[in-house]
Design a protein around this ligand. Structure first.
Ligand SMILES: *Cc1c(COP(=O)(O)O)cnc(C)c1O
Length: 356
């Protein structure tokens, strides 16, 4: 039976990226060597790195003065590297979920943290509005997509101080005005590639402003000198990212991908909004296009288990909500086909007919 992969991360990837990665593991471009056994300093890998960098630049229209890095450590290591390199005295953070809270926790090791607004009061079901970004901080940090709760900041805000964004779960899902940010980072395993690689888009002139000494590997300057090659990068994971980037380009770029994402999300949100038994958990103006969270209405709560079973039988994978939210979460990343969302909606409608 066909599986519909709604996993939150690691998650669905373009089929072509998986097939080409499998081929490259057996034989990279007719070299007679596996992708897994080439040197990261070889010409073959340099070509992979160069093309991935060029495509990233092209697809996000990244202005001059920025560099792209592919490093290890996950987005979680960036929770430390960002303040290590950028927080001199004080930074501001927007608290929109557990990942934001983890970023805040790490920043506190390096200086004062001003949490300018939080949606913790309503279990992160909305994006705070009307807050003022202070001008006496070294940077302002946001999490653009809250993977667990299904809320998203889908615009590029003006900030009086350098803006830093964790875009782990919505990178390349829409065009981004990179010039509004000094640093964008994320783990690849939500919307770009397999686990094991972290992308960082960094404006070069933001470095060198903190007084502390920074250990070599945690210093962005080290990685800028020899982009992604100071030590051995995750070669395989970078290759699959390249394949995903090629796929996005073949579809017509991030604008085309965004239109697909809007169509998919609309299909599912409409089904939720028109349902007698399901209801959304996130404020309509804060809803994510990437992670769609919903629960059963109070009087049907005891049917959640039964729906999970029914959905499983139809090939739905990974729709159980995060334990801190409950209910259901369908992750509708770039590579999730429209047909999978349609299959889920059909399943919901059928269940409703039989149970309400
Ligand atoms: C998954 C996720 C992380 C954590 O990523 P790791 O690569 O596992 O460290 C951080 N931020 C967001 C928004 C995420 O979705």
């Amino acid at each position: 039976m066909k599986k519909h992969n709604f996993n939150a991360g690691p998650s669905v990837l373009p089929r072509i990226a998986i097939e080409n990665s499998a081929k490259a593991i057996l034989d990279l471009n007719g070299t007679g060597l596996s992708l897994l056994e080439i040197s990261h300093r070889s010409k073959d890998f340099q070509a992979i790195l160069d093309e991935a960098t060029a495509l990233f630049n092209e697809l996000l229209n990244i202005p001059a003065g920025y560099k792209i890095l592919f490093l290890g450590g996950g987005a979680s290591l960036q929770f430390d590297m960002v303040p290590y390199n950028l927080l001199n005295k004080k930074a501001a953070y927007l608290e929109t979920g557990v990942w934001a809270q983890k970023a805040i926790k790490e920043a506190k090791f390096f200086g004062d943290v001003n949490v300018v607004a939080s949606s913790a009061d309503k279990n992160f079901t909305y994006i705070p509005k009307g807050y003022i970004i202070p001008s006496d901080v070294d940077y302002f940090h946001i999490t653009t997509n809250n993977t667990i709760y299904g809320s998203e900041i889908r615009y590029d805000m003006d900030s009086p101080v350098p803006l830093v964004a964790d875009m782990s779960s919505d990178i390349l899902s829409r065009p981004v005005d990179v010039s509004k940010y000094v640093l964008i980072y994320g783990g690849a395993q939500k919307n770009l590639g397999p686990a094991g690689v972290t992308f960082i888009i960094i404006k070069e002139d933001i470095l060198g402003k903190v007084e502390r000494k920074i250990p070599t590997l945690l210093n962005y300057a080290t990685h800028l000198k020899e982009p992604s090659l100071y030590n051995t990068p995750p070669v395989f994971a970078i290759f699959t990212c390249l394949e995903t980037l090629r796929w996005i380009k073949s579809l017509g770029g991030v604008k085309a991908v965004e239109e697909m994402n809007i169509r998919k999300a609309k299909l599912l949100y409409d089904a939720i909004d028109n349902s007698r038994i399901f209801t959304g958990t996130v404020a309509p103006d804060s809803r994510s296009l990437m992670n769609i969270c919903f629960v059963m209405k109070e009087q049907y709560k005891d049917k959640e288990e039964a729906f999970m079973e029914a959905a499983k039988k139809k090939g739905m994978i990974g729709i159980k909500g995060h334990r801190s939210v409950g209910g259901f979460r369908a992750s509708t990343y770039n590579a999730l086909p429209y047909e999978s969302v349609q299959a889920l909606v059909d399943c919901m409608n059928e269940f409703e007919k039989e149970n309400a």
